[in-house]
Design a protein around this ligand. Sequence first.
Ligand code: SF4
Ligand code: SF4
Length: 197
Amino acid sequence: MPREKYSDNNDGLYKEVDTYNLVENLESCLACGKCVGNCPVASLSPSYNPRQIISDVLSGNSEKWLKSEEIWRCFWCAGCATVCPNDIQFPLLMMQLRYRAVEKNYGLKHIMPFKRFALRAREDGLTFAPSEKGREKIKRYRSNLGTSPWPEISDRAKAEYKELFNLTGATEHLEKLSDEAEKPVSFSYTEGRITND
Ligand code: SF4
Ligand code: SF4
């Protein structure tokens, strides 16, 4: 049986999602479903389906996915891309779907837990800040390896990092998020399936 193709299904509508032109060949999707078969999330969550997401994005029907919980389940493991016969980089499409979702205030609860890491990265050049006990342990391990006890970040590196945040708009974005309260993210795992709470 010939494979269904998604061509003639769009007028470049998907560029609304692929604004950075990272998945220029999305229209060459063959709808073969290999990505679905190799996706760990799809095997756990029947409502998550990369092939369906592509189909909807191509037909300009991405809004329902922007509002969805599903797009936040992708592990970004790239299993889908490694088996795609047309080398479609679905994870890069997913990344942009998430950007669009956040722009529309849909997925905020999913990124709020990372806000503090991003703020720390912008200020200190490091996302990770262990407790005093953990810090001592790391120092000991590093010393045993003959390296400096702690990965100090130079002032110049910190300034450059901060500048990157400014140039990419990340600073502005983080400041907007600072006013948002953190909300719990929860889902259930029942009988081998992920379900929404
Ligand atoms: S594996 Fe590639 S061509 Fe096949 S449905 Fe997935 S994205 Fe489309
Ligand atoms: S990157 Fe996302 S969509 Fe692709 S296989 Fe991994 S979990 Fe599935």
